[in-house]
Write a protein that binds this ligand. Structure first.
Ligand SMILES: C[S@@+](CC[C@H](N)C(=O)[O-])C[C@H]1O[C@@H](n2cnc3c(N)ncnc32)[C@H](O)[C@@H]1O
Length: 282
């Protein structure tokens, strides 16, 4: 079994390598896929003028900019992301009341008891030691502070992610099989596990709202196949596959998605948790 340090190092390498590169290259499509889940989380966060906010795993900083607008020039947003390349793009927008840090949010020395809100859109499922990470966020929050994030539920509840992988798998080298406690896209699917992590980290008044909606995967099957394997489990398998294997895998993905292709693109069901919690004294 890998140690939390090894798991964290693996994640850092992935997001500073193919993960960050793929995210950057596919941002427009990703935004169409996950934007509404993010909007629901931003609405629940309800950032107010003058507030101090941390955006965990901020990526290209889209949500950081929305939060910065909400808190205004009297407030401030700190975007933290482990991927140097994504932080460099986020910084390029030059938002006056937002600062970006390239580093591990799990261990970043946030100013203690200073923030009103810790927010994340799909950026909290990748920690080697999640309890330690959330303890770190807890200590950064004011006693009245709040935590709001959106994360994917289980793989089985997310056909948009599972269906292409299941179709391609027979033609590819073995895909990664993360254990139930390993970091990754679906690491927070099990509500009981997330509850345990947040309670151990000292959060209270936990709330889990299921969000279910169709996820846009691409404007056509050809479009999806062109981008297949840019990130996620398929990226790792494609990296070790021969061109023939990749061709067969893509053909299988195309076949399985055929019934879902419409004039408006290809969409399959997706499922998230919108999680909110209060800091220790909140
Ligand atoms: C699925 S992406 C979400 C990005 C962004 N929040 C968005 O919605 O566009 C996950 C992000 O978490 C970042 N990340 C992963 N592990 C991290 C860590 N330990 N500390 C900070 N960021 C991390 C990745 O680099 C990546 O940008």
């Amino acid at each position: 079994m890998k140690t939390p340090t090894e798991l964290a190092a693996e994640q850092a390498a992935y997001w500073n390598g193919p993960g960050g590169k793929g995210w950057l290259a596919s941002m427009e499509r990703i935004e169409q896929g996950i934007g509404d889940f993010g909007k629901a989380a931003l609405a629940a966060a309800n950032a107010q003028p003058g507030e101090k906010v941390i955006d965990i795993g901020c990526g290209l900083g889209g949500t950081t900019r929305t939060l910065a607008e909400a808190v205004g020039l009297g407030g401030h947003v700190l975007g933290v992301d482990i991927s140097e390349q994504l932080v460099a793009s986020a910084r390029a927008h030059r938002v006056p009341n937002a600062t970006f840090v390239a580093g591990n949010a799990a261990t970043h020395p946030f100013e203690a008891a200073s923030y009103d809100l810790v927010f994340s859109r799909f950026g909290v499922m990748f920690f080697g030691d999640p309890v330690a990470a959330f303890k770190n966020f807890q200590q950064a929050l004011k006693p009245t502070g709040r935590l709001v994030f959106v994360c994917w539920r289980t793989t089985q509840e997310n056909p948009w992610g599972l269906v292409p992988v299941r179709a391609a798998a027979p033609f590819l080298p073995p895909l990664p099989r993360p254990g139930p406690e390993d970091p990754g896209q679906y690491a927070f699917g099990d509500r009981a596990r997330v509850e345990r992590i947040l309670k151990e980290a000292g959060f209270s008044a936990l709330s889990f709202e299921p969000l279910d909606q169709l996820v846009f995967m691409g404007k056509s099957i050809a479009d999806i196949l062109e981008n297949a394997g840019r990130f996620g489990p398929l990226a790792r398998a494609f990296a070790d596959a021969t061109p023939e294997q990749i061709e067969k895998a893509k053909a299988a993905i195309g076949e399985t998605l055929k019934p879902h292709e419409t004039a408006e693109g290809v969409r399959l069901p997706g499922a998230c948790w919108l999680v909110t919690a209060r800091a220790r004294g909140g």
